[in-house]
Design a protein around this ligand. Structure first.
Ligand code: BGC
Length: 382
């Protein structure tokens, strides 16, 4: 039997093995104070910093630009590290052509049909940046903003608090939205994301994180052999513009059934019309647990070869599983390899796409005096 990650960590610690450069062995001791370095400058001279965090065997690098997780390293079952988050090595690439690699998404994760919605009788037109639709907050979403970052250590946790204030009318959204996102690495090496936001006018909000996972290591090829389970009996089918039709369709007997673990690629070439339209999986799963007070387990992704396993827990009602369909070999990743279709996948915890136009979906409205709060926890094992 393969040793569990915890056993590897414990024996590495007992042998006095410390964390080294990428490719080193696992390290069991707790977190250190996050370290800051200059990563680059935007054309207007704004400095972008990169923060390095280490705790519980997980190593992470985060940019002040977009709150981007530039790399996330975890060990395999033998303690060998790999960066499992697709990204770029240079700031210019994030600015010029990132498909939201590792970024924070706001004000609204996924699409709003034709970039339009009505709230309290008033019509709003958002920035349209995906054919006719508004995607991930519009042309200059939270992924393209420089966030204020404050590091912290709290007990055995280490982390960063990221702040961004989106002014009234930005990308067409009403209200000044003050967003605060906390990235925590726990002593067990979990990456926890806590989102908060307040507004001074009624608005809509749906924040998420857009990490592209490849548990064999970014740039190592397809994730079709990764095994995935999603605790959802229904999903939201879409029209040709990838906007939900409003139906909550059952997954039973369809390629969308991930209630029992199966390889990502097993049914991806099925001629199901929804797979044909989206060029693979690019849908919102309706999580069986619904909205919960605390994060509950909703999905597990595992690379059988390395043993690296990601478990996701959230309080949100939806999960967008996007199988990297639009990666087309035009982007060169952190390790110098081209990303092709299916070389990484996203699991974005969220409210359903287009909720502002779908009265039957859980509401994404935020009003003055209320605080938007949501949390997602990523746990790693091997
Ligand atoms: C969406 C895809 C989109 C991708 C952008 C995903 O969250 O569901 O449709 O192409 O983000 O990279």
């Amino acid at each position: 039997m393969e040793p569990s990650r915890r056993t590897v960590l414990a024996s590495a610690a007992a042998a006095g093995i410390t964390a080294g450069a990428a490719g080193g062995t696992a390290h069991a001791t707790g977190g250190r104070k996050p370290v800051k370095e200059l990563f680059g400058r935007l054309t207007d001279g704004t400095k972008v910093y990169r923060w390095s965090l280490v705790n519980g065997g997980t190593r992470m690098k985060v940019l002040s630009y977009g709150g981007v997780v530039q790399s996330l390293e975890i060990p395999d079952r033998r303690g060998r590290y790999a960066n499992v988050s697709a990204g770029f090595s240079a700031l210019d690439d994030y600015v010029a052509s990132s498909p939201y690699f590792g970024a924070l998404i706001g004000r609204y994760g996924n699409r709003i049909g034709r970039g339009r919605f009505t709230l309290d009788g008033k019509a709003y037109q958002l920035s349209v940046n995906d054919g006719e639709q508004s995607l991930h907050g519009g042309a200059q979403g939270f992924d393209k903003r420089v966030w204020d970052v404050e590091p912290f250590t709290a007990g055995s946790d280490v982390g960063l608090v990221l702040y961004y204030t989106s002014v009234d009318g930005e990308m067409g959204y009403p209200g000044t939205l003050r967003a605060k996102v906390t990235y925590t690495l726990t002593r067990r090496g979990e990456w926890r994301v806590d989102y908060e936001a307040t507004t001074d006018k009624a608005t809509v909000v749906n924040l998420t994180s857009h990490v592209y996972w490849n548990l064999a290591g970014e740039g190592s090829g397809t994730v079709e052999d990764h095994e995935l389970s999603i605790a959802a009996s229904r999903y939201t089918p879409t029209d040709a513009g990838l906007i939900p039709t409003g139906e909550l369709a059952g997954v039973a007997g369809t390629p969308f059934d991930f209630r029992r673990v199966k390889p990502v690629g097993r049914d991806i070439r099925d001629d199901h019309p929804q797979l044909v339209t989206a060029k693979g999986f690019d849908h919102n799963w309706v999580l069986d647990k619904g909205v919960t007070e605390r994060p509950g387990h909703v999905a597990t992704l595992r690379d059988p070869a390395s043993g690296r396993t990601l478990r996701i827990a959230t309080d949100q009602p939806g999960l967008q599983f996007y199988s990297g369909n639009f990666l087309d070999g035009t982007l060169t990743g952190t390790g110098g390899t081209l990303y092709r279709q299916g070389d990484a996948l996203c699991l974005e915890t969220q409210h359903f796409p287009d909720s502002p136009n779908q009265p039957s979906f859980p509401s994404t409205v935020l009003r003055p005096g209320e605080t938007y709060r949501t949390s997602t926890v990523h746990s790693f094992d091997a």
